[in-house]
Design a protein around this ligand. Structure first.
Ligand code: 13P
Ligand code: SF4
Length: 338
């Protein structure tokens, strides 16, 4: 696939020199040059379509820094999706994130660059599974991590993200809560609250691969290193970390702690993307790639904007019920902030 070229390479390099300073630490000049025609074409098309690009923290740096209007964790993307005036939202993330944007903005056109950008957590549970759980535990409120399909969200009482899971669970005022689908996030939340959680057996295939032995190896090899881990990791990995939190909480933590050397136990683009804000921090490996997040590319973003394809379509009755669960989550956030 060839990008529509509207200017010479030196002209594009001049035009987007500021953007390159944000990614130069993690991207060789030659790679940047290959992205430039796509970046230019997407930025022009975005204006014509009155579109906004929302990108998750795990998107590749050329998407995150060069074409996205708004970036963040799942919670921030859900919040920003409610505030945009654009006619079109291109969600650079995975399918459940694009569905969330559609549920919160049913009148807008929501596009995803690759419809195959799934999530092992979202795939681990169906709406029928949730109905069976509710039959088994009648009257027990159900919290769904946003990493679920719109049909699952439609069956539950409230959604949460890893950034607000503890507050959401406690907001229900119940001594027992069904928490799905991530068993590890659930186990981590259980360490932060007195509420008893009934867990589903889902797991993120990306975070599940990290091991406690790997964490001990990092400390042995790298000496003074600050380990930040996402709560989708196993309890054994989290026990070895200096800080546990959502992708946004990790950034907030770095701003406060200002450690010298950091390893982020999460998706690889996370540290690449935040390194622009923290030039004095050395980010080291390991990390794991999310194959679903990485399905999004600049040519695919250009393609959906050009053809207005890969639209997210959800049945109106599912939108209605899923929106209640998402809005209840956003209201908990507003109460916390007040
Ligand atoms: P955050 O909500 O922390 O961005 O996480 C989303 C996700 O999919 C992590 O794997
Ligand atoms: Fe899903 Fe894991 Fe990828 Fe996040 S990192 S989108 S939880 S598979």
């Amino acid at each position: 696939m060839l990008p529509p070229v509207a200017a010479s390479l030196p002209e594009l390099q001049r035009r987007y020199a500021d953007l390159y300073t944000r990614v130069s630490r993690v991207m060789p000049e030659l790679e940047w040059q290959a992205h430039l025609p796509w970046i230019d074409a997407i930025l022009r098309l975005k204006k014509q379509r009155n579109a906004v690009i929302l990108a998750h923290n795990y998107q590749s740096p050329e998407i995150f820094h060069a074409v996205a209007d708004l970036t963040g964790d799942s919670l921030a993307l859900a919040q920003q999706a409610t505030r945009t005036d654009a006619d079109v939202i291109v969600l650079c993330g995975v399918h459940f994130m694009a569905e969330t944007a559609k549920v919160l903005n049913p009148a807008k056109t929501v596009l995803i660059p690759d419809l195959e950008a799934g999530c092992s957590l979202a795939a681990s549970i169906t709406a029928a599974d949730v109905r069976l759980l509710k039959q088994r535990y009648p009257g027990v409120p159900v919290v769904a991590y946003v990493n679920t399909s719109a049909e699952v969200k439609a069956e539950v009482d409230v959604c949460c993200t890893s950034a607000n899971a503890v507050h959401v669970v406690e907001s229900l005022g119940s001594d027992r809560v069904i928490f799905l689908p991530d068993q590890y996030l659930g186990k981590w939340v259980a360490t932060q609250t007195k509420v008893k959680l009934i867990l589903w057996h889902g797991a993120c295939e990306v975070h599940d691969r990290f091991t406690a032995a790997q964490m001990r190896g990092i400390r042995a090899e790298q000496g003074e290193v600050h380990i930040l881990a996402h709560p989708e990791c196993t309890p054994e990995v989290l026990a070895e970390a200096d800080f546990v939190g959502s992708t946004a909480a990790m950034v907030t933590h770095l701003r406060k702690a200002q450690p010298k050397r950091v390893v982020m136990i999460t998706e690889c683009s996370m540290s690449d993307n935040v390194s622009a804000e923290f030039p004095h921090i050395e980010f080291t490996r390991p990390c794991n790639l999310c194959p679903y997040m990485k399905k999004n590319t600049l040519p695919k973003i250009h393609n959906v904007l050009q053809n207005m394809s890969n639209r997210i379509e959800i049945a109106p009755e599912v939108i209605e019920r899923a929106r209640r669960s998402l809005e209840r989550m956003l209201a908990v956030g507003r109460r916390e902030a007040a």
